[in-house]
Design a protein around this ligand. Structure first.
Ligand SMILES: Nc1ncnc2c1ncn2[C@@H]1O[C@H](COP(=O)(O)OP(=O)(O)O)[C@@H](O)[C@H]1O
Ligand SMILES: [Mg+2]
Length: 255
């Protein structure tokens, strides 16, 4: 059996989740964020006065039409792009003005991303795709522990019998479950997912999102899920809509 500190997604947590409201300090605070890019010499405003507060362990979804700015907001939350105005605080760190090195440390300690197109390394087995993420996050972890934890994470997403498969030998849904195992093996406080079901059929996508929410809730991982599927968004604790760079909370129906 594996030491529990290395198998985050395996840990059963039968205790009820902490309530989301009622004064819990947010893990994500976005206030008054504008995001402007240069488009052929002209400023193009992508995000306009975005406000968002997410409490630890909360699962939120963001829907909205293509081009409305959802991915841009995710990139800002991930510290991969920088806000033009306003402030973003994550896990108590104001990331608005972090330098590149501090930002890289923040990313490694704080979050994982699940992408629409999986972004698995084709030449590596499922086990090594997941293990590599853990090696990067914890360079001092012995290789045997890395492999144990990667195998455990894959087992948790139902791929315990696919450890040696390369991505090309896995279905789309299985590849995305590898992506999920890779994201969660490092035990991030925050999971960001950008249209993770966009390349999957509807049923497979629903299974992957259910799995993602279930694992997140068991581990008290905060999730920001971007999706254009309102049915998936309705499974989150709260949902928001992005419309032409403005974010608003959906009321009624998300619970
Ligand atoms: N770096 C950039 N330079 C120019 N335009 C961009 C850049 N990033 C995003 N955009 C534009 O901003 C808008 C929002 O993009 P995005 O955040 O990807 O939207 P969504 O994820 O909701 O589809 C789109 O019109 C996109 O073309
Ligand atoms: Mg997008």
């Amino acid at each position: 059996m594996l030491p529990p500190e290395h198998i985050p997604v395996m840990q059963e947590n039968s205790a009820p989740r902490a309530p989301h409201s009622g004064g819990s300090t947010p893990i994500i605070t976005v206030s008054g964020v504008d995001y402007v890019v240069d488009m052929a010499g002209k400023p193009l405003q992508i995000l306009k006065g975005v406000d968002l507060a997410v409490t630890p362990g909360e699962v939120v979804a963001i829907v909205g039409p293509s081009g409305s700015g959802k991915t841009s907001l995710l990139m800002l939350l991930a510290g991969l792009e920088r806000a033009t105005a306003g402030r973003i605080t994550i896990g108590g760190t104001d990331i608005t003005n972090l330098d590149e090195d501090a930002m890289a440390v923040f990313r490694r300690k704080t979050l994982s991303i699940v992408f629409q197109s999986f972004h698995l390394i084709p030449s590596l087995s499922a086990l090594d795709n997941v293990g590599l993420a853990l090696e990067i996050a914890q360079p001092d972890l012995p290789l045997a522990k890395v492999r144990e934890a990667a195998a455990a994470a894959l087992d948790t997403v139902g791929l315990g019998k696919r450890l040696d498969h390369r991505p090309a030998a896995l279905s789309g849904g299985e590849q995305q479950r590898v992506g999920l195992a890779r994201a969660l093996v490092t035990k991030p406080p925050l999971l960001l997912a950008d249209e993770p079901t966009g390349n999957l059929d509807q049923n497979t996508g629903a299974v992957v999102v259910d799995l993602m929410f279930d694992l997140a809730r068991r581990n008290n991982t905060t999730v920001v899920l971007i999706t254009h599927d309102p049915n998936l968004a309705a499974r989150a604790d709260r949902s928001f809509t992005m419309t032409q760079g403005r974010l608003s909370e959906n009321t009624g129906g998300a619970h």
